[in-house]
Design a protein around this ligand. Sequence first.
Ligand SMILES: Cc1cc2nc3c(=O)[nH]c(=O)nc-3n(C[C@H](O)[C@H](O)[C@H](O)COP(=O)(O)OP(=O)(O)OC[C@H]3O[C@@H](n4cnc5c(N)ncnc54)[C@H](O)[C@@H]3O)c2cc1C
Length: 385
Amino acid sequence: MHSRSSPHVVVVGAGIVGAAAAFFLEAAGARVTLVEAEAPAAGATGASDGAVSVASKRPGPMMALALEARAFYRELAARGVLEGLFHPRSTFLLARGDEEASLLERHGADLAAAGERVVARSAVDLRRLLPGLGASVTAGIEVPDDGHAIGYEITARFLARSRPALRRATPVRALKLRGDRVAGVVTAQGEIAADRVIVAAGIGSAVLIGLGDVLVPRKGQMAVTDRAQPSGPAIGGHLMAATYLAAKRGISLDKPHIGLVIDPLVTGQFLIGGSREENRSDRRTDAATIAAILREALDFYPPLAGRRVIRTFAGIRTACRDGLPIVGPHPAVDGLVVATGFEGDGICLGPLMGACAARLALGEAPATDVSVLSPRRFAVREVAQ
Ligand SMILES: Cc1cc2nc3c(=O)[nH]c(=O)nc-3n(C[C@H](O)[C@H](O)[C@H](O)COP(=O)(O)OP(=O)(O)OC[C@H]3O[C@@H](n4cnc5c(N)ncnc54)[C@H](O)[C@@H]3O)c2cc1C
């Protein structure tokens, strides 16, 4: 129950991060209004893959945060909040040739140093574990403790379990300020007063918080197949090309435009992606890019030739210039908390980052140290008001 003294918090954006923040705010006794330009999961959250993966992270803060974020999924699943929505499975990082194999070796050492279980796999091992694997795959490593979750399902669950006042089709145009303190938001349908505001609006955050030149859209196209079997993942893990890792680690290999992942879903389908198209924020798919993704996928896993592609889609990742998300109190506006810039990692990080943003909005220290993600690391321009 809310008391009269409960703070009223407006959360801008009903993606996975905003929905998680709303859930944890309500659990802490706050009154929450979730203001969404379109509908829940209308942004990247509803147009993504759902690797809850430590294997794919750059060494350093992202790997450390992903370890905590994945453990948080397990905890929330065990507590019943996300019961049935988190699916443990291995990630197989795959190399074609010596250059990629040495990258995997280095990455495996970084994962092990961070405390992650890693199993080196020979080509023979890989073919036993993943029958049908392409002849060009020469080596790999298995990361057995990763998982998968569908972003829009997680979002819907957080909303169903917290029931914040949800304002759909209500774009926030500006923040309402009183002096150097936030006092609410200005929407197309009028003002909403608030004691605190969390901006978790993905790429839409940039204009609201004065960080326009720091956030960059990065489009990703993906394809979905029919079912290889009636239910259950059709292969024993998530396949991820070394080129995907190279893109994450900022290393240039031969095909930086496509970081291939082949994700066997619990429905028996495959989700295949994805392109990494810098500065693109349209959501069109195109034949040339989808063809390039599928060619790569067939090289890694030829049995896909027997599948029908039933859908293609594109989503927009919100990338931050320095490769780290932005989570923390706004440097110039009291009562304003920012949570954006999760690029291709927000399904993994989303629940934990939403929980951290909620604690920060209530003036409490989050359970996870997110100081490295603080917006204070950038010069903030004028906030929209
Ligand atoms: C192709 C692709 C594949 C991906 N694969 C993975 C993966 O395997 N694993 C992983 O962890 N991550 C993955 N991601 C990344 C992940 O989807 C995002 O990082 C995550 O969804 C970001 O969530 P969010 O809540 O920050 O933003 P969003 O989901 O973009 O939500 C922001 C919301 O804010 C709303 N909004 C915007 N502006 C306003 C405004 N002015 N007023 C009100 N509302 C507003 C939008 O409508 C939207 O609903 C992938 C992304 C893509 C595109």
